[in-house]
Ligand binder design. Structure first.
Ligand SMILES: [Zn+2]
Length: 490
């Protein structure tokens, strides 16, 4: 067996050949937010108190979320509060740009401005203040317009992708959603795509439409939206097929709207901190320092599985009883695989969440909140990595980390966190912890690989040999795995 078989990347790449890259159906709705709920009180900043510590987690997700201005970007943020200084550590899947750092500084100074305006000497609660020119300035409104202006290209892209289906879907379900909601949604779409966007109008449209979503219990009711989608898709199959083309993308209107409004929620989280009375003294006296963390990189790993490797995995997970002609069945499965394994070459960057972990492992002297705010839910590989990290962290003298949630997404080119043994950049215990995680990941990915190969076996023999329960079995494994993850991180 070659050395590449000892690397999680090799097994992830193999899994990518058999499993869907994205799967909205097995995201396990309702499980995404649980890490907030199970988060223990942070002993690092006891002066914040439990209640205010909890508010810092949405803030970190929000600060990561507002950095995104183009599709495909991903940001992660950690925070350290010490000696009158707010330290923000920011990582991207590539180098963090100055544009993003400037934006975060601008937003933070607006946050401080809002707080000073609300609590001048902690006496007034008025959110309006008077500018030097004497004009009344709506600072919370300024915060919203800054957030939307920065991320406008990303917002438009999100809506553009599905608008040709979302618009008729909303109009056809007018009686269910209510006329006001649908009208305001149309106003929002028009405002976003205006030739000269007016950001105060965009902010107002987001705020109003969001109120209708809250009154509809949008966050809690994706089942209802899924049902409406199924019914609507059934009646408009040709329209949906035309939109899909040759891609395997899903319409998923609930998810589309949720993603569109995530920026609005982030803005509200930041505004909540800006309006905090308890944090007021700290906000107005502390300085913000942003540390852009360079990507943790991995070079020259040769882990691209060959077709022989793929055949070997199928062979390992099939049995003589699967088919009368096992070799023909293996060839058949090989021919039906639509995704090639990712080709690893050159220097690759770790995902931003892993980059931040690597940074903090190498800088144990920096006390920080053990929460990694992220602009998106953890991908499959990061979830697997941090699940194992949290399981073993205490045994190796480290603390656990927490996240908002995770989803099934296989990201091609994901790389493991590696430090050279004995180079002094991290203690030996960290190298040993990473070794334990490597072994765990290979074992866990192997389980998923087996399930997905078995599914291919089942669907390649649609006869008495097939096992109709395998798909349900895989879904059950997903639920079990996510529950296990929650238990480990709790
Ligand atoms: Zn990831």
């Amino acid at each position: 067996m070659s050395a590449s078989h000892d690397l999680p990347e090799f097994h992830l790449s193999l899994l990518g050949a058999f499993a869907p890259r994205n799967d909205v159906d097995i995201e396990c709705p309702g499980r995404k937010e649980q890490y907030h709920l199970s988060l223990p009180f942070s002993p690092i900043f006891p002066w914040l108190g439990r209640h205010h510590t909890d508010h810092m987690f949405p803030l970190l997700d929000a600060l990561a979320g507002i950095c995104v201005y183009q599709s495909g970007q991903a940001y992660a943020v950690t925070m350290s509060l010490s000696g009158g200084q707010v330290n923000l550590f920011v990582a991207e899947n590539k180098q963090v740009s100055q544009k993003v750092i400037d934006h975060l500084e601008d937003i933070w100074s607006t946050v401080v401005g809002i707080n000073r305006a609300i609590y001048p000497h902690l006496l007034r609660r008025d959110s309006q203040t008077i500018s030097p020119s004497g004009r009344s300035v709506d600072l919370p409104g300024t915060l919203a317009t800054k957030v939307y202006a920065f991320s406008l290209p990303h917002l438009k892209k999100r809506l553009e992708k599905r608008w040709s289906l979302l618009q008729p879907f909303l109009l056809d379900n007018l009686s269910t959603f209510g006329q006001d909601f649908v009208v305001y949604f149309m106003v929002l779409q028009e405002a976003l795509f205006a030739e000269l966007p007016e950001f105060d109008m965009i902010a107002a449209a987001f705020a109003t439409t969001n109120k209708y979503l809250v009154s509809m219990r949008f966050d809690l009711d994706d089942m209802r939206w899924n049902r409406l989608e199924r019914e609507w898709t059934g009646k408009n199959q040709s329209l949906v097929d035309q939109w899909k083309g040759t891609s395997n993308r899903e319409f998923a209107p609930h998810r589309c709207v949720a993603k569109l409004f995530s920026l609005h929620k982030h803005m509200l989280s930041i505004r909540q901190i800006a309006c905090s009375r308890r944090l007021s003294a700290y906000l107005r006296t502390s300085k913000l320092k942003i540390t852009p963390v360079a990507p943790h990189t991995c070079e020259d790993i040769n882990v691209t599985p060959t077709s022989e490797d793929i055949q070997a995995v199928i062979r390992e997970n099939t049995y003589p009883s699967d088919s009368n002609n096992r070799e023909a069945m293996i060839t058949n499965i090989m021919q039906k695989l639509t995704t090639s394994p990712y080709e690893y070459n050159g220097k690759l960057n770790a995902h931003c969440e892993c980059t931040l972990l690597a940074y903090h492992l190498a800088h144990p002297e920096i006390p920080h909140l053990r929460y990694i705010g992220a602009s998106r839910l953890l991908c499959f590989a990061c979830k697997d990595f941090f699940e194992s990290y949290n399981k073993h962290a205490h045994s190796f003298g480290q603390e656990q980390y927490y996240f908002k949630g995770m989803r099934w997404k296989l990201s091609p080119g994901w790389v493991f966190v590696r430090f050279k043994a004995g180079d002094g950049s991290v203690p030996q215990s960290v190298v040993e912890l990473l070794e334990r995680i490597r072994v765990d990941m290979i074992k866990d990915i192997g389980g998923w690989l087996r399930r997905h190969v078995r599914e291919k076996v089942a669907t390649s023999t649609i006869d008495a040999d097939s096992d109709p329960d395998l798909s349900q079995e895989t879904e059950a494994l997903c639920v079990e795995s996510f529950a296990k993850g929650a238990a480990v991180m709790a």
